[in-house]
Ligand binder design. Structure first.
Ligand code: AMP
Ligand code: GLY
Length: 426
């Protein structure tokens, strides 16, 4: 089999790494990939949003299956285009991808089908939004750009002033472009977060992956700006077997059924960002229509079942016949990012020590890496590496991950020191 992975981050390196190990796979392509995927797959320099070029590639190379990493091609309809061309692809079509592409669509759906989520109001006029926040007594409140904003469109506003600034930045300054034409203002939920990702096939069968936990803020102790994710671990201890049942019964199954009812049935990876409140009730914070980054790295590090076999079952609408085996050991992924991220940062910093890090037993997933003209490994993005390690318990997995991180000697990279502390502190 020939498989194409679309994207070029750490999630895509993890996917390529997993798929390349499959007995059924002869060649893996990655578009555009990074220096890590380049070692185990064929990188093809095509933009994930250039659907014509991707369709040509798949036809010319006789690629059997395409898996999409990032959200943007999905919300722009890559699945619709591939299906029209008779090509096999795993993911939601543009209509179903609204679950991530439009927060107002999702909030309205959740409300209509009584799926638990924060109370909210939608605004298309900044003056009405401002009046609404002036009438609020309870802060913080949460203000979100409606459309895609690369994980940066959510503002937790501590007071009225911050709320007014957020409304201005999103709606008037259009910091996120058309994504800010409307906003969702919602109640602030307290509790413990977890990421819960499932595979969904065209018959509506749901196959859960292992739970995980992201670290969105840039700084230790969950301080500073939101990022794409500075580290992750799997499983998430907050998702006990009882909690998993509740998440499935109260959130995942009703959402899959609701999408079917709304005539936009969902297929692909469905990622629910969950908040478990202090009384132990799960709420939806958001949906993503794809795998998480960096959650994919620790999840796939633990996956003992062949991913391509799962994809084959999915393509037959038979995910109900599958079960996934997991390494019982937890996995921890520490992201190494370029100083300045998530703001502006330099590119082209030399990276050294990956081999030494891997010799400790860790897996080093690349994200923003490339080879310079002398074929030396250099950084090319904000998030650069995802150093991932397993261990018999969280203390050991964390120790193993940081031991490997310390082998990487690159000036200009930073990382959080507390990834998985919460799992250990429980
Ligand atoms: P989102 O991109 O919607 O997941 O939001 C990014 C982060 O903002 C989430 O992971 C939460 O930490 C936080 N967040 C989003 N919505 C809420 C909410 N209603 N209450 C509390 N925190 C939230
Ligand atoms: N790590 C969060 C996300 O992939 O959206």
């Amino acid at each position: 089999m020939k498989v194409l992975v679309i994207g070029g981050g750490g999630r895509e390196h993890a996917l390529v790494w997993m798929i390349e190990q499959s007995f059924f796979v002869r060649t893996v392509f990655c578009a555009p990939g990074n220096a890590g995927t380049n070692q185990i797959a064929t990188n093809v320099d095509i933009d994930p949003n250039d659907f014509d070029a991707l369709v040509d590639l798949v036809k010319n190379e006789n690629i059997d299956l395409t898996i999409v990493g990032p959200e943007e091609p999905l919300t722009r309809g890559i699945v619709d285009v591939f299906r029209k061309n008779g090509l096999m692809i795993f993911g939601p079509n543009a209509k179903a991808a609204m679950l991530e592409g439009s927060k107002s669509f999702t909030k309205n759906l959740l409300k209509k089908y009584k799926i638990p989520s924060a109370k909210y109001q939608i605004f298309t006029d900044p003056d009405f939004a401002e009046q609404y926040v002036r009438d609020q007594n309870d802060f913080p409140i949460v203000i979100k750009a409606d459309g895609l904003a690369a994980g940066k469109g959510v503002f937790i506003c501590a007071d009225l002033n911050e709320s007014i600034v957020a409304i201005k930045e999103i709606m008037k300054d259009r910091k996120f472009g058309v994504a800010g034409a409307s906003i969702v203002i919602e109640e602030f939920l307290q509790g413990e977060e977890a990421s819960y990702i499932v595979m969904v096939d065209y018959n509506g069968n749901v196959l859960p992956l292992a739970s995980s936990q992201d670290h969105k803020r840039v700084g230790n102790g969950d301080t500073g700006l939101n990022t794409g994710g500075m580290g992750a671990y799997s499983p998430a201890p907050a998702v006990t077997p009882e909690m998993e049942k509740r998440i499935l019964n109260e959130i995942i199954y009703p959402t899959v059924a609701a999408m079917e009812k709304e005539e936009c049935p969902f297929t692909g990876f469905l990622y629910a960002g969950i908040m478990i409140d202090p009384s132990g009730n799960p709420y939806v914070l958001e949906f993503n229509v794809r795998l998480g980054d960096p959650e994919t790295q620790p999840i796939l590090a633990r996956m003992k079942t062949d991913l391509i076999t799962l994809m084959t079952f999915a393509s037959r609408g038979a995910l109900n016949e599958c079960e996934i085996k997991w390494d019982p050991q937890p996995a921890v992924c520490v992201v190494m990012a370029t100083e300045g991220y998530p703001g502006s940062y330099e590119k082209g910093l030399p990276i050294d020590g990956i081999k030494r890090a891997e010799e400790t037993g860790a897996i080093v997933f690349h994200a923003g890496t490339t080879l310079d003209k002398n074929c030396a490994l250099v950084s090319s993005g904000g998030r650069v590496l995802g150093v991932t390690a397993l261990g018999r318990d969280f203390v050991t997995a964390q120790k193993n991950a940081y031991q490997a991180v310390e082998e990487i000697t690159s000036t200009g990279l930073f990382y959080r020191n507390d990834i998985a502390d919460r799992a250990i502190g429980r």
